[in-house]
Design a binder for this molecule. Structure first.
Ligand code: GFB
Length: 311
């Protein structure tokens, strides 16, 4: 079961993204050779280019962290991009990996693969048991297809390809564009902007009642490297912190941490999305992994990093 990364050639697809860059940082302790490719060097949506890159570089292991990602507004408004781009990226990489005999591949999905109204906390077995959340069903279908493709290569060819489903992530290198970002970076930026401008109010999308589970990207990267080394199985694995909060409570936490005391305005023209998506991460805990960065600590670190960006 144990897969030793020492001296292996490890391709981190998506190495410039928040999760990919966290994986690259975490791999520094593993004595492996990290392979990366920028968008200008390799278009992951181009199958021939991906096949050629794999034939030339012959990685031993692959972290498939490359994806088109975004928050609720981006997912809801660009469904074709989220479905097509992610299908192409995952299909090209998984097929090319198999063709050059990659020993181990870890595919990254997301907690949005689960039914909108799944029993909480959500177990891995809940996959495909109900209708998806409409705002991100496109991305979810692409990620479910990626899980199934890894399972298909394991079933048909014995390929040791595994999948992991992280919860809502935040941290170093996050996307702070207010139209395409997730909630955590959006609120950090909006509250900081309001404080700097002396605005009496700051806007939150939706009712603030949805609950979200959050994990810092560095914790997630540590869990991903742990699974690459210690897990080999058909079923995907949830990577959750077990720490959830309402969006309103998150807003209040960030206002307090940012020293902003203005009023919170609700923009009810924006969707709430799924009411809750707390995952059951018992399977990961039983394998021997625990998160280490609390929401409070992660938030403080991320706010400080954001301010250093001077956006
Ligand atoms: O993080 P988020 O965009 O995505 O939104 P999801 C979470 C909740 O925060 C929603 C609320 O209820 C939003 O309405 N929210 C409040 C805001 N203010 C804001 C804001 O200024 N910006 C944003 N973005 N949200 C995503 C999926 O769902 O979860 C992705 O769409 C992915 O595909 C990701 O799976 C992990 O958590 O609702």
């Amino acid at each position: 079961m144990h897969y030793n990364l020492k001296s292996k050639r490890v391709f981190v697809a998506g190495h410039r993204g928040m999760v990919g860059s966290a994986i690259v940082r975490r791999l520094k302790d593993e004595g492996c050779e990290v392979l990366t490719a920028t968008r200008s060097e390799l278009d992951l949506k181009n199958q021939a280019a991906v096949q050629k890159w794999f034939e030339i570089n012959k990685p031993d292991a692959v972290f498939l962290a490359a994806a088109k990602v975004g928050g609720i507004f981006a997912n809801d408004n660009f469904p074709a991009d989220f479905l097509y781009d992610n299908l192409m990226i995952e299909a090209n990489i998984i097929k090319a990996a198999f063709d050059v005999n990659v020993e181990k591949l870890l595919f990254l999905g997301s907690s949005c693969i689960y039914p909108k109204l799944a029993d909480q906390p959500i177990k891995e077995a809940a996959l495909l048991e109900g209708a998806l959340e409409p705002t991100n069903e496109w991305y979810a279908i692409a990620k479910i297809a990626g899980i199934k493709l890894c399972q298909a290569y394991r079933k048909q060819h014995g390929a040791d390809y595994i999948s992991a489903m992280p919860t809502n992530l935040y941290g170093t290198g996050d996307n702070y564009d207010l139209q395409s970002s997730h909630v955590m970076p959006a609120l950090i930026r909006k509250i900081d902007d309001a404080k700097k401008a002396g605005d009496p109010t700051v806007t939150m999308w939706g009712t603030g009642t949805p609950l979200r589970e959050f994990m810092h990207a560095d914790d997630c990267a540590d869990a991903l490297v742990f699974l690459m080394k210690e897990y080999s199985g058909h079923e995907h694995v949830n990577i959750g912190s077990g720490q959830e909060t309402s969006i309103m409570a998150l807003m209040e936490m960030i206002c307090a941490a940012s020293g902003y005391d203005g009023d919170i305005i609700k923009d009810l023209s924006k969707p709430d999305g799924t009411p809750r998506k707390l995952m059951d991460s018992t399977k990961l805990r039983k394998l021997g992994w625990q998160p280490e960065i609390s929401l409070k600590e992660g938030l403080a670190r991320t706010i400080a990093e954001f301010r250093s960006l001077d956006l």
